[in-house]
Design a binder for this molecule. Sequence first.
Ligand SMILES: [Ca+2]
Length: 133
Amino acid sequence: MQLAGTPAVVRNDAVLDLNWRLGSPDAAIGVDFFSVRWSGKIKPLYSETYQIYTSSDDGVRVWVNGSLIIDSWVKQSGTERMGSINLQAGQLYDIKVEYYENQGDARAKLMWESPSQLKGTVPSSALFLPSAS
Ligand SMILES: [Ca+2]
């Protein structure tokens, strides 16, 4: 829960839609009491207000462009959370998602929706590595 220490595993995920069920992201990580930090950039297609959604088990926090828009750092089972932010088409924004698993099932999903696009998982085409510019 503290996201402390040297990461046990570092990797790239194309999308943030992961369901570890009773397991963990990697054999090097125990099935309970682990945490994940995703860092990268997100590029919207439209200039409008976006709703950013998470569905997670357990805790989750999301920052976009430095603003904490979802703050749900609690035990929960597959709970959906939502935050809103105004974005400009084609611009790359920093995004950071932190997650922790307490016990039992573990999963995390990042979705978005705007007046011009249906709610769905943020696609890999809209996500970039932190070094993108
Ligand atoms: Ca859990």
